[in-house]
Design a binder for this molecule. Structure first.
Ligand SMILES: C[S@@+](CC[C@H](N)C(=O)[O-])C[C@H]1O[C@@H](n2cnc3c(N)ncnc32)[C@H](O)[C@@H]1O
Length: 215
C-alpha cells in the first residue's frame, strides 16, 4: 500500500529510537538482554502501525513483544504508540525480514503473529507470501517446543493457500475459523484487533484465523 510522505521522517524516527533496535542481528540469542528479563518473547512480522502488538504488550506485562515492519514511514506510527504506552516489554525492528534465523536462535521465541500479510495475488509470487511453506518451516525453527504461529487475514485466497502450506509443512492446526468475529466465535484471538482487521470488519468482511504448532 502506498504511504503518504512524512516530513522530517528521519528526525522523527531518531527521536523515538529508544523503542527500536538498529542492529537486530547482533542480538541473536540474547534478546533477553534487550528486555532485561527471561520472560517469553512474542513476535509480529509486518506489524504495520502497531495497534495489535502495543495492545498485546499493555495487556500482558509478563511477556515481551517484538514488532517487525519493513516500511519506516509505517513503523513511525507504531513507535509513537510505544512512546505513549511507556511500557518496557515492547521493541521494534525496521526491516523486511527473510530468514528468521538471522535474528533468532532455535527456540528463542514463544510465538509468532502474522496479521493481514500482503497477499501477493500473482501465482508466480507465491514464495513471497509470508505463509509460504518454506517460511513457515523457518518460523518453526526459531520457536520453542509448543510455540504457535497465529495467522489472521481478510483475504480468502491467501487463507486457502495458507492452509495448503500448513499441511505441506506438516504443522498441527490448533484452532481454525473462517469467521473469527461471528457471534458464536469464542476464540480469544478476537479480543485484540489490528488496524486492518478493524477496517475489513467495518466493511462487513469475514476474518479468517488459524493457529498452528510446529512441534
Ligand atoms: C497489509 S499490512 C498489515 C499491517 C498490520 N499487521 C495490520 O494487520 O493492520 C502488511 C504489512 O507488512 C509489512 N511487511 C510485509 N512483508 C514484510 C517483511 N518481510 N518484514 C517486515 N514487514 C513486512 C508491510 O510493510 C505492511 O506494512
Amino acid at each position: 500500500m502506498r504511504q503518504r510522505r512524512v516530513k522530517n521522517l528521519d528526525e522523527k524516527l531518531h527521536a523515538l529510537s529508544s523503542h527500536m533496535i538498529d542492529n537486530p542481528k547482533e542480538y541473536r540469542g540474547r534478546w533477553n538482554e534487550v528486555f532485561g528479563n527471561d520472560n517469553p518473547i512474542f513476535l509480529e512480522i509486518g506489524c504495520g502501525k502497531g495497534q495489535f502488538i502495543s495492545a498485546c504488550a499493555e495487556n500482558n506485562p509478563g511477556r515481551n513483544y517484538i514488532g517487525i515492519e519493513g516500511q519506516s514511514v509505517v513503523l513511525l506510527r507504531a513507535l509513537e504508540k510505544a512512546e505513549a504506552l511507556g511500557t518496557d516489554n515492547l521493541i521494534f525492528i525496521c526491516d523486511f525480514v527473510q530468514d528468521m534465523e538471522d535474528y533468532f536462535t532455535p527456540g528463542e521465541l514463544s510465538g509468532i503473529f502474522l496479521n493481514f500479510s500482503d497477499p501477493w495475488p500473482k501465482a508466480r509470487h507465491n514464495k513471497r507470501r509470508l505463509t509460504y511453506r518454506g517460511r513457515l518451516e523457518n518460523y518453526v525453527r526459531v520457536l520453542q517446543n509448543g510455540g504457535c504461529i497465529e495467522i489472521k487475514t481478510d483475504n480468502d485466497a491467501l487463507f486457502d493457500f495458507t492452509l495448503e502450506e500448513i499441511a505441506a509443512a506438516e504443522l498441527l492446526t490448533v484452532e481454525k475459523t473462517y469467521d473469527l468475529h461471528s457471534a458464536e466465535s469464542t476464540f480469544s484471538a478476537k479480543e485484540i484487533t489490528t488496524e486492518y482487521e478493524d477496517k475489513f470488519r467495518g466493511m462487513g468482511k469475514n476474518i479468517n484465523y488459524v493457529k498452528v504448532r510446529g512441534r
